[in-house]
Design a binder for this molecule. Structure first.
Ligand code: DC
Length: 224
Protein backbone atom coordinates (compact mmCIF):
# COMPACT_ATOMS: atom_id res chain seq x y z
CA UNK A 1 0.00 0.00 0.00
CA UNK A 2 1.28 3.46 -0.83
CA UNK A 3 2.37 4.99 2.49
CA UNK A 4 -0.15 7.28 4.08
CA UNK A 5 -2.96 6.64 1.60
CA UNK A 6 -6.22 6.19 3.53
CA UNK A 7 -7.76 2.74 2.99
CA UNK A 8 -11.10 1.28 4.11
CA UNK A 9 -11.49 -2.47 3.56
CA UNK A 10 -14.87 -4.20 3.37
CA UNK A 11 -14.68 -8.00 3.42
CA UNK A 12 -17.40 -10.58 3.74
CA UNK A 13 -19.27 -13.40 2.02
CA UNK A 14 -21.10 -12.96 -1.28
CA UNK A 15 -24.44 -11.21 -1.00
CA UNK A 16 -23.61 -9.40 2.24
CA UNK A 17 -24.02 -6.06 0.41
CA UNK A 18 -20.32 -5.18 0.42
CA UNK A 19 -20.23 -4.24 -3.28
CA UNK A 20 -23.02 -1.68 -2.94
CA UNK A 21 -21.70 -0.37 0.38
CA UNK A 22 -18.21 0.00 -1.12
CA UNK A 23 -19.46 1.99 -4.12
CA UNK A 24 -21.60 4.25 -1.92
CA UNK A 25 -18.88 4.89 0.67
CA UNK A 26 -16.28 5.59 -2.05
CA UNK A 27 -18.66 8.03 -3.79
CA UNK A 28 -19.45 9.83 -0.51
CA UNK A 29 -15.75 10.23 0.31
CA UNK A 30 -14.62 10.97 -3.27
CA UNK A 31 -12.22 8.00 -3.09
CA UNK A 32 -11.55 5.15 -5.54
CA UNK A 33 -13.28 1.78 -5.22
CA UNK A 34 -11.70 -1.64 -5.82
CA UNK A 35 -14.01 -4.59 -6.55
CA UNK A 36 -11.40 -7.32 -6.08
CA UNK A 37 -13.95 -10.08 -6.77
CA UNK A 38 -14.15 -8.79 -10.36
CA UNK A 39 -10.46 -9.67 -10.82
CA UNK A 40 -11.06 -13.28 -9.69
CA UNK A 41 -14.18 -13.41 -11.87
CA UNK A 42 -12.11 -12.23 -14.85
CA UNK A 43 -9.50 -14.94 -14.28
CA UNK A 44 -12.25 -17.59 -13.96
CA UNK A 45 -13.87 -16.33 -17.15
CA UNK A 46 -10.58 -16.30 -19.07
CA UNK A 47 -9.86 -19.87 -17.91
CA UNK A 48 -13.32 -21.10 -18.98
CA UNK A 49 -12.84 -19.46 -22.40
CA UNK A 50 -9.31 -20.83 -22.84
CA UNK A 51 -10.20 -24.49 -22.49
CA UNK A 52 -7.47 -24.95 -19.84
CA UNK A 53 -8.71 -27.29 -17.10
CA UNK A 54 -9.61 -25.78 -13.71
CA UNK A 55 -6.99 -28.06 -12.14
CA UNK A 56 -4.02 -26.52 -13.99
CA UNK A 57 -2.81 -23.97 -11.42
CA UNK A 58 0.44 -23.21 -13.27
CA UNK A 59 -1.28 -22.14 -16.49
CA UNK A 60 -4.10 -20.41 -14.62
CA UNK A 61 -1.59 -18.33 -12.63
CA UNK A 62 0.04 -17.29 -15.91
CA UNK A 63 -3.36 -16.16 -17.19
CA UNK A 64 -3.85 -14.14 -13.98
CA UNK A 65 -0.51 -12.40 -14.50
CA UNK A 66 -1.17 -11.45 -18.10
CA UNK A 67 -4.84 -10.37 -18.09
CA UNK A 68 -5.49 -7.51 -20.48
CA UNK A 69 -8.36 -5.67 -18.79
CA UNK A 70 -9.83 -2.19 -18.97
CA UNK A 71 -12.38 -0.82 -16.50
CA UNK A 72 -14.33 2.08 -18.06
CA UNK A 73 -17.30 3.73 -16.35
CA UNK A 74 -18.74 0.52 -14.93
CA UNK A 75 -17.93 -1.66 -17.94
CA UNK A 76 -15.23 -4.37 -17.95
CA UNK A 77 -13.40 -5.11 -21.19
CA UNK A 78 -11.21 -8.24 -21.47
CA UNK A 79 -8.99 -8.54 -24.54
CA UNK A 80 -11.21 -6.07 -26.37
CA UNK A 81 -14.49 -7.89 -25.50
CA UNK A 82 -17.07 -6.39 -23.14
CA UNK A 83 -17.55 -9.03 -20.42
CA UNK A 84 -19.40 -6.84 -17.86
CA UNK A 85 -22.50 -9.04 -17.70
CA UNK A 86 -20.76 -12.34 -18.39
CA UNK A 87 -18.60 -12.13 -15.26
CA UNK A 88 -21.68 -11.52 -13.06
CA UNK A 89 -23.40 -14.88 -13.60
CA UNK A 90 -23.55 -17.60 -10.91
CA UNK A 91 -21.28 -19.78 -13.07
CA UNK A 92 -18.70 -16.98 -13.26
CA UNK A 93 -18.92 -16.60 -9.46
CA UNK A 94 -18.28 -20.29 -8.97
CA UNK A 95 -15.37 -20.31 -11.42
CA UNK A 96 -13.95 -17.27 -9.59
CA UNK A 97 -14.17 -19.10 -6.29
CA UNK A 98 -12.26 -22.08 -7.78
CA UNK A 99 -9.34 -20.02 -9.12
CA UNK A 100 -9.36 -17.90 -5.93
CA UNK A 101 -8.35 -20.99 -3.94
CA UNK A 102 -5.03 -21.14 -5.84
CA UNK A 103 -2.06 -19.44 -4.12
CA UNK A 104 -0.42 -18.74 -7.51
CA UNK A 105 -3.47 -16.81 -8.66
CA UNK A 106 -3.72 -14.83 -5.41
CA UNK A 107 -0.02 -13.93 -5.64
CA UNK A 108 -0.42 -12.85 -9.27
CA UNK A 109 -3.21 -10.42 -8.33
CA UNK A 110 -1.59 -8.96 -5.20
CA UNK A 111 0.46 -6.07 -6.63
CA UNK A 112 -2.30 -5.20 -9.06
CA UNK A 113 -4.73 -4.78 -6.16
CA UNK A 114 -2.24 -2.80 -4.04
CA UNK A 115 -1.73 -0.44 -6.97
CA UNK A 116 -5.28 0.86 -6.42
CA UNK A 117 -4.24 2.52 -3.14
CA UNK A 118 -3.65 6.04 -4.43
CA UNK A 119 -4.67 9.48 -3.12
CA UNK A 120 -7.13 10.67 -2.07
CA UNK A 121 -8.05 7.18 -0.73
CA UNK A 122 -9.41 3.72 -1.47
CA UNK A 123 -12.39 1.62 -0.44
CA UNK A 124 -11.62 -2.02 -1.29
CA UNK A 125 -14.06 -4.93 -1.15
CA UNK A 126 -13.35 -8.66 -1.20
CA UNK A 127 -12.51 -11.52 1.12
CA UNK A 128 -8.94 -10.77 2.23
CA UNK A 129 -8.61 -7.00 1.82
CA UNK A 130 -8.11 -6.42 5.56
CA UNK A 131 -6.11 -9.58 6.30
CA UNK A 132 -3.69 -9.84 3.34
CA UNK A 133 -3.89 -7.12 0.70
CA UNK A 134 -4.16 -4.00 2.91
CA UNK A 135 -3.19 -5.14 6.42
CA UNK A 136 -2.40 -1.52 7.44
CA UNK A 137 -5.83 -0.15 6.45
CA UNK A 138 -7.19 2.35 8.97
CA UNK A 139 -10.72 0.93 8.85
CA UNK A 140 -11.56 -2.74 8.36
CA UNK A 141 -15.14 -3.93 8.09
CA UNK A 142 -16.36 -7.53 8.04
CA UNK A 143 -19.87 -7.42 6.61
CA UNK A 144 -22.10 -10.48 7.01
CA UNK A 145 -25.75 -11.49 6.63
CA UNK A 146 -27.45 -14.85 7.08
CA UNK A 147 -27.24 -17.24 4.08
CA UNK A 148 -31.06 -17.20 3.80
CA UNK A 149 -31.11 -13.38 3.61
CA UNK A 150 -28.28 -13.31 1.06
CA UNK A 151 -30.04 -15.88 -1.15
CA UNK A 152 -33.24 -13.84 -0.89
CA UNK A 153 -31.42 -10.66 -2.01
CA UNK A 154 -29.86 -12.45 -4.98
CA UNK A 155 -33.25 -13.95 -5.89
CA UNK A 156 -34.84 -10.49 -5.88
CA UNK A 157 -32.01 -9.06 -8.02
CA UNK A 158 -32.38 -11.80 -10.65
CA UNK A 159 -36.18 -11.49 -10.74
CA UNK A 160 -35.90 -7.71 -11.16
CA UNK A 161 -33.68 -8.32 -14.18
CA UNK A 162 -36.29 -10.76 -15.59
CA UNK A 163 -33.86 -13.68 -15.19
CA UNK A 164 -34.83 -17.18 -14.02
CA UNK A 165 -34.14 -17.81 -10.33
CA UNK A 166 -34.66 -20.64 -7.88
CA UNK A 167 -34.38 -19.77 -4.19
CA UNK A 168 -33.43 -23.26 -2.99
CA UNK A 169 -30.71 -23.59 -5.65
CA UNK A 170 -29.37 -20.11 -4.85
CA UNK A 171 -29.21 -20.90 -1.12
CA UNK A 172 -27.31 -24.13 -1.84
CA UNK A 173 -24.87 -22.33 -4.17
CA UNK A 174 -24.23 -19.56 -1.66
CA UNK A 175 -23.54 -22.09 1.10
CA UNK A 176 -21.21 -24.08 -1.16
CA UNK A 177 -19.27 -20.97 -2.20
CA UNK A 178 -19.04 -19.72 1.41
CA UNK A 179 -17.69 -23.08 2.55
CA UNK A 180 -15.02 -23.08 -0.18
CA UNK A 181 -14.02 -19.45 0.52
CA UNK A 182 -13.84 -20.02 4.30
CA UNK A 183 -12.04 -23.37 4.23
CA UNK A 184 -9.33 -22.75 1.64
CA UNK A 185 -5.76 -22.56 2.91
CA UNK A 186 -4.78 -19.46 0.89
CA UNK A 187 -6.24 -16.24 2.36
CA UNK A 188 -9.48 -17.76 3.59
CA UNK A 189 -12.54 -15.61 4.28
CA UNK A 190 -12.01 -14.64 7.93
CA UNK A 191 -12.35 -11.29 9.70
CA UNK A 192 -9.07 -9.48 10.39
CA UNK A 193 -8.30 -9.39 14.12
CA UNK A 194 -8.94 -5.62 14.10
CA UNK A 195 -12.06 -5.69 11.87
CA UNK A 196 -15.40 -4.26 12.95
CA UNK A 197 -18.08 -6.87 12.26
CA UNK A 198 -21.43 -5.62 10.95
CA UNK A 199 -24.35 -8.03 10.48
CA UNK A 200 -26.54 -6.55 7.74
CA UNK A 201 -29.32 -9.16 7.92
CA UNK A 202 -31.77 -6.69 9.47
CA UNK A 203 -30.07 -3.42 8.44
CA UNK A 204 -30.75 -1.15 5.46
CA UNK A 205 -27.90 -0.32 3.05
CA UNK A 206 -28.18 3.32 4.23
CA UNK A 207 -27.61 2.29 7.85
CA UNK A 208 -24.52 0.25 6.94
CA UNK A 209 -23.12 3.06 4.75
CA UNK A 210 -23.60 5.58 7.60
CA UNK A 211 -21.80 3.32 10.05
CA UNK A 212 -18.82 2.81 7.70
CA UNK A 213 -18.62 6.54 6.93
CA UNK A 214 -18.58 7.34 10.67
CA UNK A 215 -15.66 4.95 11.16
CA UNK A 216 -13.79 6.33 8.12
CA UNK A 217 -14.20 9.92 9.32
CA UNK A 218 -13.00 8.97 12.78
CA UNK A 219 -9.91 7.14 11.42
CA UNK A 220 -9.07 9.79 8.81
CA UNK A 221 -10.43 13.08 10.21
CA UNK A 222 -8.47 15.24 7.76
CA UNK A 223 -9.17 13.26 4.64
CA UNK A 224 -12.66 11.79 4.84
O1 DC B 1 -17.17 -10.81 -4.39
P1 DC B 1 -17.44 -11.74 -5.55
O2 DC B 1 -18.65 -12.59 -5.35
O3 DC B 1 -17.46 -11.02 -6.86
O4 DC B 1 -16.19 -12.75 -5.59
C1 DC B 1 -16.14 -13.85 -6.47
C2 DC B 1 -15.25 -14.95 -5.88
O5 DC B 1 -13.90 -14.48 -5.85
C3 DC B 1 -15.58 -15.37 -4.46
O6 DC B 1 -16.24 -16.62 -4.40
C4 DC B 1 -14.26 -15.50 -3.75
C5 DC B 1 -13.27 -14.84 -4.64
N1 DC B 1 -12.63 -13.66 -4.04
C6 DC B 1 -11.53 -13.89 -3.25
O7 DC B 1 -11.16 -15.03 -3.00
N2 DC B 1 -10.83 -12.84 -2.73
C7 DC B 1 -11.24 -11.58 -2.96
N3 DC B 1 -10.54 -10.57 -2.46
C8 DC B 1 -12.39 -11.34 -3.76
C9 DC B 1 -13.07 -12.41 -4.27
Amino acid sequence: MADGVPVVTIDGPSGSGKGTVTQRVAAALGWRALDSGALYRLVGHAVAESGIGFDNEREISKIALSLNVEFNDGSVVLDGTDVTDRIRTETAGNNASKVAAMPGVRAALLDWQRGYARPPGLVADGRDMGTTVFPAAGVKIFLTASAAERAQRRYKQLKEKGLPANLAALTAEIEERDARDRQRAASPLVPAADAVEIDSTALSIDAVVEQVLRLARRAYPDRA
